[in-house]
Design a protein around this ligand. Structure first.
Ligand code: HSE
Length: 376
């Protein structure tokens, strides 16, 4: 029975991964071992009604080396501290990682099997043992557009993102709700329809700019606001989140660097969960919109084309509607007035599912199915 070590399983992504694995019965036939960086010896979670053993030390290379597979959602610093020493001592197990640290390494592959299942198969055959989930917005964009990429119909894309608070972490989600609460508390006396609207407006504006307004994690108000910068600064003016779009897409699809330019602005908005993005796509040819829709719809089993109609858009194409679902809706599909090769699209998806946890649990399932790890 394969021994599968889990690290960082209580954080935001790790918790979603655990829940998905329980829902899908993924633990059956495996021997899970739970690791911790801070609570060694404390009992691990109950899985399938069975209590698990006390947690092992996530920095103990001997304990890690006894695993056939390690699945980590602990973050990039952990990966950097542990992966290389573990490989250095000859560990040849499968490393499945949510963090970005190893995404561009020569002997790793970014996994998104509905889109690059063939590349995963080839990587397994060639002996690659490190598999990494992609950036959330990149994975969601590719889930939405895989049908067009498959036909080589995309010349370039400019994605403008609307990323939810949960992409920044659990503390940021709490801060967003605290900000909403502070705005309401300050405006409570101005909500009567008979009161002067400018008083309400002034109250909200003053609350947002007050020193006491909770902004420790975002560094600025997110509620009642948008923040047009995500992650660190890169040379050339991009944010790191923006830089990932083209680089990771090429890596996932096996494209030459620069073959399909992808660049736009990444923006944090006050949604709790699910990232959205507005895409401007230059097509390699002027394909009719109904053909575009059917190619997109046929891209994989999860993409859903939402007709470009007001009501259905408002009901189906929002972060609130997409949260907790594996479907990846894409809509607002229409040719822009710039010409028949310019396509507009808006897509949204749960970044904690396809954007993070789902490709990892599916990679583990691929290892099982292919007989590369044993199940009882
Ligand atoms: N970088 C993403 C965000 C998290 O900040 O929303 C998911 O990769």
């Amino acid at each position: 029975m394969a021994r599968v070590g889990f690290v960082g399983w209580r954080g935001m992504v790790g918790s979603v991964l655990m829940q998905r694995m329980i829902d899908e019965g993924d633990f059956a036939g495996l021997s899970p071992v739970f690791f911790s960086t801070s609570q060694v010896g404390v009992p691990g979670p109950e899985v399938g009604g069975t209590a698990s053993a006390p947690m092992e030390n996530a920095y103990d290379l001997d304990a890690l080396a006894a695993m056939d597979v390690i699945v980590t959602c602990q973050g990039g610093d952990y990966t950097k501290a542990v992966h290389e020493p573990l490989r250095g001592r000859g560990w040849a197990g499968y490393w499945i990682d949510a963090a970005s640290a190893l995404r561009l390494e020569r002997d790793s592959l970014i996994v998104l099997d509905p889109v690059n299942g063939d590349r995963i198969e080839r990587a397994l055959e060639s002996g690659i043992r490190t598999y990494v989930g992609g950036n959330c917005t990149v994975s969601l964009m590719l889930m939405a557009l895989s049908g067009l990429f498959r036909e080589s119909l995309i010349e370039w894309i400019s994605p403008m993102t609307y990323q939810a608070a949960s992409g920044a972490g659990a503390a940021n989600m709490r801060e967003l709700v605290a900000q909403m609460g502070a705005i309401h508390a300050g405006a409570r006396n101005h909500l009567d329809p008979a009161s002067a609207i400018l008083e309400l407006d002034r109250s909200v504006g003053a609350t947002l700019m007050a020193d006491a307004f909770p902004r420790q994690h975002f560094g600025a108000p997110l509620a009642g606001n948008v923040l047009p910068w995500i992650d660190s600064e890169m040379p050339g003016g991009q944010s790191r989140e923006e830089w990932k779009a083209e680089v990771e897409t090429a890596r996932i699809l096996g494209l030459a660097d620069g073959a399909v330019p992808i660049d736009g602005l990444c923006v944090r908005v006050g949604a709790m969960r699910s990232h959205a993005q507005a895409l401007t796509i230059r097509l390699s040819e002027d394909v009719p919109i109904d053909r575009i829709e059917s190619l997109i719809a046929g891209g994989n089993d999860w993409v859903r084309v939402v007709p470009n109609e007001r009501e259905r858009t408002l009901q189906q194409l929002t972060p609130a509607a997409a949260s907790g679902r594996l479907d990846v809706p894409i809509g607002r599909l229409r040719k822009l007035s710039m010409g028949g090769r310019y396509l507009a699209a808006f897509t949204v998806g749960d970044q904690l599912l396809w954007g993070a946890a789902e490709p990892l649990r599916r990679m583990l399932a691929i290892l099982r199915r292919s007989g590369r790890i044993s199940v009882e």
